[in-house]
Design a protein around this ligand. Structure first.
Ligand code: CO8
Length: 263
C-alpha cells in the first residue's frame, strides 16, 4: 500500500513488516487536534489492511509523545456540541479496533489524551525521559479517552485515583515499576529501536495467529475469568483449522524453521 503524506504524521516501514507512525506536530508538542486524529485513523486503517505489515509502532518526538488533547481547540465547546458530535469517541475508538498489534514508544510528555492514547496501544514501551500524567483536573475537567478506566486497570485503583485527583505527573521509571510500561529504555532512540525490534519479531510470526493472540488477551479486559478462559479455548480450538498451526507443529517435529502462510 502506498501511504499518502500527512500534515501531522510521518509514516515509514523501518523494518520488514513494521509500520512506524510518528506524531509530528512539533509546535504544539503533538497536541491531539482533530485533523491529527483524522490522519492517525487513516494511517492506522491503511496499515491494518496492508498485507505487508504485521505490527505497528506509534511514537512521538523526543520531547513529547503527545501533550494531550488540543486545549485551544476544545476550550469553547458546549455540552451539546461535545455530546452531539461524540467528541473524542469519534476519533479515539478506532485505535482500539485495529486488529494488528500496536506498540507505543513513549518519550517525553504523555499527558492527558497523550497518556490515554499510549494506553490504547497493546504494548507500551517508554524511556526514562517519559513524563506521564492525567492533568485534566487542573483544567477543570476529567480524563475523556479512557484514562480513568485503563490507568486504574493497569496500575491499581489507589495509585490511579491519587494521580487523577491530584493531576500529579509520574515518570517513565515509575511506569515500568507499576507495570504500565512493559520496558523502560535509557534513551528515546533505544525506546523506538526497541519497539521496532519487537514489532519486527511479532511480524515474523503467522499473521492469523498473532491476530488471535491479541484478540484473546484483550478479551481478558472485558470478561470474567471463566468466560475469558472459555473464549480462549474456543479460539485455540479454532486455530487447529488453520494451515499455520499444521506448519508450526510439523516444523517443530521435523526440526525445521516454519514458513508461515498467514492462513
Ligand atoms: N493543547 C494545545 N496546545 C498545547 C498543548 C495542548 N494540550 N500542550 C502544549 N501546547 C502548545 C503550547 O500552547 C505552546 O504553544 P505556543 O508556543 O503557541 O504558546 C507549545 O505547545 C509548546 O508548549 P509550552 O511552551 O507549554 O512547552 P513547555 O515545555 O514549557 O511545557 C508542557 C510543556 C508541560 C507539556 C505544557 O505544554 C503543558 O502543560 N501542556 C498541557 C498539558 C495538558 O494539560 N494536557 C492535558 C490536556 S486535556 C486532555 O487531554 C483531555 C483528554 C481528552 C481526550 C483526548 C483524546 C485522545
Amino acid at each position: 500500500t502506498q501511504l499518502p503524506s500527512y500534515e501531522h504524521l510521518l509514516v515509514s516501514t523501518p523494518k520488514p513488516g513494521v509500520g512506524l507512525i510518528q506524531l509530528n506536530r512539533p509546535k504544539a508538542l503533538n497536541a491531539l487536534c482533530t485533523p491529527l486524529f483524522v490522519e492517525l485513523n487513516d494511517a492506522l486503517r491503511k496499515l491494518d489492511t496492508d498485507k505487508e505489515i504485521g505490527a505497528i509502532v506509534l511514537t512521538g518526538s523526543e520531547k513529547a509523545f503527545a501533550a494531550g488533547a488540543d486545549i485551544k481547540e476544545m476550550k469553547d465547546k458546549t455540552f451539546s456540541t461535545a455530546y452531539g458530535s461524540d467528541f473524542i469517541e469519534m476519533w479515539s475508538d478506532l485505535v482500539t479496533q485495529i486488529k494488528k498489534p500496536i506498540i507505543a514508544a513513549v518519550n517525553g510528555h504523555a499527558l492527558g489524551g497523550g497518556c490515554e492514547l499510549a494506553m490504547m496501544a497493546d504494548i507500551m514501551y517508554c524511556s526514562t525521559t517519559a513524563n506521564f500524567g492525567q492533568p485534566e483536573i487542573k483544567l477543570g475537567t476529567i480524563p475523556g479517552a479512557g484514562g480513568s478506566q485503563r490507568l486504574t486497570r493497569a496500575i491499581g485503583k489507589a495509585r490511579a485515583m491519587e494521580l487523577i485527583l491530584t493531576g500529579n505527573n509520574f515518570s517513565g521509571k515509575q511506569a515500568g515499576e507499576w507495570g504500565l510500561a512493559a520496558k523502560v529504555f535509557e534513551s528515546p532512540q533505544e525506546c523506538v529501536d526497541g519497539a521496532v525490534g519487537t514489532a519486527e519479531k511479532i511480524a515474523g510470526y503467522s499473521r492469523i495467529v498473532v491476530k488471535a493472540a491479541k484478540e484473546v488477551v484483550n478479551k481478558s479486559q472485558d470478561l470474567g475469568i471463566r468466560e475469558g478462559v472459555e473464549y480462549e479455548r474456543r479460539v485455540f480450538h479454532g486455530l487447529f483449522g488453520s494451515k499455520d498451526q499444521k506448519i508450526g507443529m510439523a516444523a517443530f517435529a521435523e526440526k525445521k524453521k516454519p514458513q508461515w502462510t498467514n492462513e
